[in-house]
Design a binder for this molecule. Structure first.
Ligand code: ADP
Ligand code: MG
Length: 818
């Protein structure tokens, strides 16, 4: 065993001894330390089995009384010294009867299903069962009967190390064997269970390696052929036995068949047959059959010990089963309804954790004071006077909300959502003016260089003529990866000294070297592209600045309330006057020729066009290839007289920026692209967007793409090319033709196909969800309400330590919530 983790634990034990075994040597106790310690120890290559034992003992230490802790500590020390330690050596809490041998040293692997337990076993089992505690959920899977090192290794490949992992290894689906039929009743294509007698067993060698076992089954109403491709099945089948068989009914040469049916003795509990039978993610060497039995055993022996972190009243109000029950029903449902109820319970928990985490984050963000940024009427009047337009009603309303936030010392946390072109930049500018009037600096974070540059230009215009308290004009700086050398040094120096009032940049802004003199406001554009962590990083650059997040990604309200529950939400739901909405139309592929003619006409008028090819996540390379091919074909055969540019996801950021800038400057007539066209890019002269295979995009994404045109004074068009025939795809395209509101589309998208990729958990900065579906709005809302009510009563969750721990674990590594 290597040194440091081991020695650390020894030191803790020494300290415990000196302090009288009060479990105070480490904050939170030994169990709290266990997970981290295990990780460290694993890195130090300690023997994993020994490690598991130690970790289990640490948990047990936690639960033990001070009187029995010395024994547990002694066992830990022995284990640390590399001596073999049986978990039974360390008295489980409150156990005084002699300990039976544990099954850690259980017989070698049984290849066949577990034999029926012998009477002595049953007795032992009973004793053991009475002594188990929730801590045993942390025990290694090898404590299960029949799990030796080979199975443990296979399980480990599935990430299953502890009993708890086994309980949480959820099935990917179920086989519905709940319908009991006679052979005569069986219909080809259905899944069913029959009780039948095994009349005959035949073996057929197919090749050297493969052998087919065929059984003839009969039940008085008819006969049925069963085939297995696993020769070991033969050892488990007894000629003349009456068994339960479950499988999918087929038809072969006029005979009803069951392919690879599961089977069980009639007096055996139904695990694989006669019920909804779980189908698990597997690994080589581990069959579903075996895994079913292992999970079943774990559920039977340990399932009831799973602590339920949900307060009982929350469970009652939401009508949820308790956690042990939910787990049981998700693995081995008694009915479809019970399965759904179990699943809903697990999903509820995840949403509940999300919401509690978000509420905690909000609270912690608001625990430090921000500078009060008060915008005097005169200052605002000067800003308005300098604007080339009057703010829309929606802009006025949102501006009011922002200014009210800024005046307070509770830091603002506000998300401004508004469709592309709704005028969010002017709102950011107004907030910056308020900051500057109070001598505070503002920073704006943009997702790409080109967007940062664009914002820098717009803000320079919008802020021209505005002054600092000392009467000097506002100074702006740009800070991206492209800004280097003396320019960069000057920007850094200006930010440090306070000479620069407003800086716009990319993630370069978050870098260590960037220091602010007095950062009062952080604006984040296109929020969904930044993780929670990045948001936080910039915020940490100075005291506690106010935070304004701007997004054109329409997120359904139900989701926004939860995912951005740490933010207040403002919506700019009105477009500046004079905009004509982009005219959207669906074209079947055979009308492409017409479309191309239309494109020519637009170009002749001096306009520009996009042609977008879908990018499928799994094969960015392939798709890039498709765009490259299309580009070559379009360039050589269809538009040899036009200037075509190409943009795709395999290009570097710099290459992309170059192409985009050239297109914006009018150097290309047509930009052929995958869906990587940057959000927010402003090319007012572009009037036509052609989207190929449009049915392969989600509504929200199509809407975002469509937002690339219609940004100038020209009438603009979006052509959706698709041969889609499915009703769902058709409805999506029709909706897009009919609506120009991103929010309506987002709701519709959620309804039609869940939140989809554009708002997968990947982009939302959320921890991965095991069960919950973001589109499950009802459960989401129920969990949100329950979490808010609980949080209002107990913000630190002090009365709910198990819940607090779960929330923390859930969020671990996905943004600091404390
Ligand atoms: P987005 O919300 O997509 O960030 P922008 O702030 O870039 O939108 O605004 C889009 C365009 O609309 C800009 O050219 C901006 O000058 C203009 N604009 C913003 N507000 C108004 C308004 N109230 N009236 C007229 N034009 C406006
Ligand atoms: Mg914008």
């Amino acid at each position: 065993m290597a040194a440091s983790a081991l020695q650390r634990l020894l030191r803790v034990l020494e300290l415990e001894e000196r302090q009288g075994w009060r479990n105070r040597a480490v904050i939170g106790g030994l169990q709290a330390m266990a997970a981290r310690w295990q990780k460290d120890a694993e890195e130090e290559q300690l023997d994993p089995r020994q490690l598991q034992t130690i970790v289990t003992l640490m948990a047990r230490y936690d639960a033990a009384t001070p009187e029995s802790r010395p024994d547990v500590a002694a066992a830990i020390r022995r284990a640390l010294a590399g001596e073999p330690v049986s978990l039974a050596d360390a008295a489980a809490p409150a156990a005084s009867a002699p300990q039976p041998a544990t099954q850690q040293t259980s017989p070698v692997e049984a290849a066949s299903p577990l034999p029926p337990p012998e009477p002595t076993h049953v007795a032992r089992e009973r004793v053991r069962r009475q002594q188990r505690t929730a801590l045993d959920l942390e025990a290694p899977v090898s404590v299960l009967h029949g799990v030796g090192s080979a199975t443990a290794e296979q399980l480990a490949r599935l990430g299953i190390h502890r009993i708890a992992d086994l309980l949480w290894h959820l099935p990917s689906r179920h086989e519905d064997f709940s319908q009991l039929r006679t052979i005569a009743q069986l219909r080809p294509g259905e899944q069913a269970t029959v009780i039948a007698n095994l009349w005959e067993i035949r073996e057929r060698k197919i090749s050297l390696k493969r052998q087919m076992i065929q059984g003839i089954l009969a039940d008085g109403t008819g006969t049925l052929h069963a085939t297995w491709w696993n020769k070991y099945v033969k050892n488990q089948l007894k000629l003349g036995a009456t068994l339960r068989f479950s499988g999918k009914v087929g038809l072969y040469m006029g005979n009803k068949t069951l392919e690879n049916p599961a089977f069980e003795e009639l007096d055996e509990e139904m695990v694989a047959t006669g019920r909804l039978a779980p189908v698990y993610p597997l690994t080589e060497g581990l069959t579903n059959k075996r895994l079913r039995l292992l999970v079943k055993t774990a559920l039977d022996e340990y399932g009831e010990l799973v602590p339920d972190p949900l307060p009982a009243e929350v469970r009652r109000q939401a009508g949820l089963p308790d956690l042990p029950q939910a787990l049981r029903q998700v693995h081995f449902p008694d009915s479809h309804e019970q399965f759904q109820a179990g699943l809903r319970r697990l999903a509820f928990d995840e949403f509940f954790y999300i919401q509690l985490g978000v509420l905690q984050r909000r609270q912690s963000l608001q625990s430090a004071a921000a500078p009060a940024l008060v915008a005097e009427p005169a200052v605002l009047a000067r800003f308005r006077a300098a604007l080339p337009f009057a703010l829309t009603g929606a802009q006025e309303r949102v501006l009011d909300e922002i200014l009210r936030d800024l005046q307070r010392t509770i830091p603002m946390s506000r998300l401004v959502q508004g469709d592309v072109g709704s005028g969010k930049t002017a709102l950011a500018a107004a907030a910056m003016v308020a900051a500057a009037a109070n001598g505070a600096q503002s920073a704006m974070l943009a997702p790409t260089q080109i967007l940062a540059e664009q914002h820098h230009r717009s803000l320079s215009r919008l802020l021209a003529g505005q002054t600092r308290p000392d009467g000097a004009p506002l100074t702006l700086a740009l800070l991206t990866g492209r800004v280097t050398g003396t320019e960069r040094a000057a920007a850094l120096e200006g930010l440090r000294s306070g000479a620069i009032d407003v800086v716009v940049g990319t993630t370069a802004l978050i870098q260590e070297a960037v220091e602010f003199n007095h950062l009062g406001l952080v604006v984040v554009d296109e929020q969904h592209r930044f993780g929670v962590a990045q948001r936080g990083a910039l915020r940490n650059k100075g005291g506690q600045p106010h935070l304004l997040v701007m997004s054109a990604t329409p997120i359904p309200r139900s989701l926004a309330l939860t995912l951005y529950g740490d933010l207040d939400i403002s919506i700019v739901d009105e477009m500046p006057p004079g905009r004509t909405p982009v005219k959207t139309k669906w074209f079947p592929p055979r009308e492409r020729e017409r479309l191309y003619n239309f494109l020519r006409r637009e170009v002749r008028e001096g306009r520009q066009a996009f042609i977008v090819y879908p990018l499928v996540e799994e094969s960015e390379k392939l798709e890039a290839g498709a765009a490259v091919d299309a580009y070559e074909r379009l360039r050589q055969e269809i538009f040899p007289d036009l200037r075509l540019g190409l943009l795709h996801g395999r290009m570097t950021g710099q290459e992309k920026d170059l192409v985009m800038s050239a297109f914006a400057a009018g150097d290309f007539d047509v930009l052929v692209s995958t869906s990587v066209i940057e959000v927010g890019i402003d090319v007012p002269n572009a009037s036509l967007m052609i989207i190929e295979d449009a049915d392969r995009f989600g509504l929200a994404q199509l809407h975002q793409l469509r937002g690339r045109v219609g940004r100038g004074e020209h009438k603009s068009y979006c052509a959706l090319v698709s041969s889609a025939t499915g009703p769902e795809a058709e409805e999506r395209l029709r909706t897009l033709e009919a609506t120009n509101s991103g929010f309506v589309l987002a709701e519709k998208d959620l309804e039609l196909r869940g939140p989809g990729d554009f708002l997968g958990t990947r982009q939302s900065g959320l921890p991965p969800l095991r069960v919950a579906q973001l589109g499950d709005v009802a459960t989401l809302a129920a969990a949100r309400e329950a979490a808010q009510a609980l949080f209002a009563r107990s913000p630190d969750l002090r009365e709910y330590p198990a819940l607090a721990r779960n929330v923390m674990q859930f969020w671990q590594g996905h943004g600091d919530i404390s």
